[in-house]
Ligand binder design. Structure first.
Ligand code: MG
Ligand code: MG
Length: 622
């Protein structure tokens, strides 16, 4: 698959954008006119720079409001087009994007449009240029990709083809399978963009909220599958207008963009193989379709959390909290400044290495995978940065990658009984004390910097095969917190990505974001009582909450009293019940204990605003 990206996706100058695209590994780019017009580089400079960087200049865009116009306007439009064709000759480019007309004064007559597009194609032919005609979702009369193709087909000129843009097609819910019937010689270009499903006017949606494939909710693998089946072999190019990407680090955004295409290529191959009933994806596709689709090392979803790691200089408060919760200290690592605490199969590492003056913070997560080597190879092919960990000769080597928020992600060998071989490196080989209570890591909640939120969704989707759930917005005293759950389909791995309000990050004197690790136990009331007896400081829940709880659920009075006495939160839905409590925060970390009853699959979302408010209050009181 030939990969491409429009310069409009990225921040910076044309030169910076082109360099970032080359570093990220794109085959070609689309030059967005505005980027050229504002550049000090001459067209010849741009041409040379692209050649030096090994970047194809695949599409010049956009050319607007050409078709369905009066004779006077047509004359002016042809003159305007010819100027661009000359410019393209200097750039060494041969394909231009022409969007369907959005002008209210345009004329709704397909015969007239075809006649005018034929004139444009003739002129383009004289200049060796190909015109890719695209139906904008908000085109005045042509806003359906099949309509645009019908016009191209009517004109039937070698210099006129169509451009398929996934946003314009999927935002309108057009049926995509009809692409398969198109003549591939008349598909000149394919643009891909994803988007969250929003109900707003389609122009604003398109200009501000497009995201890279895998970061939104469009069915792009299916769209691409139909494109491949049509026999298309040209560039697949990202055209993503997004307010965040246009102000984020250009090289980083380019890598995120490239990752989205590598992932989409694999997903398209899988979709095709699935609908073709093929066993061996690569071979079956190579036989059947002219576009070559690369695949990736195959991974299953992680089977569970192997460990969570908190980094801290002063570990006293963390040790106290874990002890009060019922965790057992398993000892120190035999060569490193690292402690291991366990409760059943929940393992927490406290890392004091290179943590000088660092407030306690979640630093790393280990996931159980079938094969750390295969999972690591996949992540690296998806351009995840590798994390190096110093190990002694006889210690387990961890395959690590860095997540967009710099959390280190370790791909660990899972075992059927949930144990981890590396724990023998702790406690000088002593018999490990059994903690008694059984527990597992239920979920981890990570705060995401606003500029890396979408990147994080794609990272966990593509590298770890976690599935994004519909996102929620949780009110807090400092603003709405956008909350995105990424989970394995069986619920054994749950990761909650929170986008904290910007104001919260900037104004708080303390460590900016709060993050937490939640542990699931069998009996939360017993766990809470034991923790209280060990002196645990619970997050104090207001009495108003319990009155509301009673009104909503009509709880048995004794049970309600127990909840209130122990500062427990409660939720119930059609699937089951959820009990949980939170500890106070140390540095930027706090812990949560949960009990899932029945098939309850959520996170106590109705209680999250209470938690945010109480934490806000305690942060501003001290
Ligand atoms: Mg487009
Ligand atoms: Mg973190």
């Amino acid at each position: 698959m030939r990969t491409g990206i429009a310069t409009v996706c990225l921040s910076g100058t044309l030169k910076e954008k082109m360099q970032a695209c080359a570093i990220a590994g794109f085959d070609g780019i689309e030059i967005f006119e505005q980027d050229l017009v504002t550049s000090p580089l001459s067209p010849e400079d741009v041409r040379k720079m692209a050649a030096d960087l090994g970047l194809g200049l695949d599409l010049y865009q956009p050319f607007r409001d050409f078709d369905g116009v009066t004779p006077d306007l047509l004359k002016a439009n042809l003159r305007r087009a010819e100027a661009k064709f000359r410019l393209m000759a200097r750039l060494g480019m041969d394909t231009i994007l022409v969007c369907s007309n959005v002008a209210t004064a345009s004329i709704d007559d397909d015969a007239l449009r075809a006649e005018q597009l034929a004139q444009l194609a003739n002129l383009a032919g004289d200049h060796g240029v190909k015109v890719a005609y695209e139906a904008l979702a908000w085109g005045k009369y042509v806003n359906d990709y099949e309509h645009a193709y019908r016009l191209v087909d009517m004109v039937d000129h070698p210099n006129l083809g169509t451009c398929l843009d996934s946003f314009h097609i999927l935002s309108r819910d057009w049926e995509t399978s009809h692409i398969e019937a198109f003549n591939p010689d008349k598909i000149f270009f394919v643009q891909v963009a994803d988007a969250p499903k929003l109900s707003m006017d389609v122009l604003s949606w398109s200009r501000h909220y497009r995201v890279f494939p895998g970061e939104g909710q469009f069915e792009l693998a299916k769209f691409m599958g139909h494109v491949v089946r049509a026999g298309y072999t040209g560039p697949v190019s990202l055209e993503v207008f997004n307010d965040v990407f246009r102000q984020s680090d250009v090289e980083r955004t380019a890598v995120d963009a490239m990752r989205s295409l590598i992932w989409l290529e694999e997903q398209s191959a899988k979709w095709l193989a699935g609908t073709d009933g093929a066993q061996d994806i690569g071979a079956a596709l190579r036989r059947r379709y002219p576009m070559e689709l690369a695949t990736l090392p195959k991974v299953n979803q992680p089977a569970g959390f192997n460990f969570a790691e908190v980094k801290a200089d002063d570990t006293a408060q963390l040790e106290k909290l874990l002890g009060q919760l019922g965790f057992a200290f398993e000892g120190r690592h035999r060569t490193k400044d690292v402690q291991l605490w366990t409760m059943g199969q929940a393992r927490v590492i406290i890392n004091e290495q290179a943590a000088q003056h660092a407030e306690p913070a979640i630093a790393a997560l280990g996931f159980d995978v079938d094969s750390p080597v295969i999972a690591s190879a996949r992540a690296q092919q998806l351009k995840a940065p590798v994390v190096a960990r110093k190990v002694q000769a006889d210690e387990e080597v961890f395959q690590g990658i860095s997540a967009p928020d710099s959390t280190e992600i370790f791909l660990c060998q899972g075992s059927p009984d949930g144990t981890a071989a590396w724990t023998h490196e702790f406690g000088e080989g002593l018999e490990h004390a059994s903690a008694g209570a059984s527990a597992v890591i239920d979920h981890v909640n990570l705060a995401q910097p606003w500029q890396h939120f979408d990147e994080a969704v794609l990272f966990y989707t593509s590298a770890l095969a976690l599935e994004p759930q519909p996102f929620a917005e949780v009110p807090s005293p400092s603003g709405l917190v956008r909350s995105q759950v990424m989970q394995a389909s069986n619920g054994d791995v749950r990761l909650v990505l929170n986008l904290a309000p910007v104001q919260q990050a900037q104004n708080e004197a303390r460590k900016t974001y709060q993050e937490h690790i939640a542990f699931a136990v069998d009996d939360l009331v017993a766990t809470a009582k034991a923790a209280r007896d060990r002196g645990l400081e619970f997050l104090q829940i207001p009495a108003n909450y319990y009155e509301d709880l009673d009104a909503r659920f009509d709880l048995e009075p004794g049970f309600l009293a127990t909840l209130q006495e122990l500062n427990l939160l409660f939720d119930r839905d059609a699937d089951g019940e959820f009990l949980h409590f939170y500890t106070a925060t140390v540095g930027s970390v706090f812990f949560e204990m949960v009990e899932r009853r029945g098939n309850y699959d959520g996170y106590g979302a109705p209680n999250a605003p209470v938690r945010h408010a109480v934490q806000y209050d305690s942060l501003h009181r001290t």
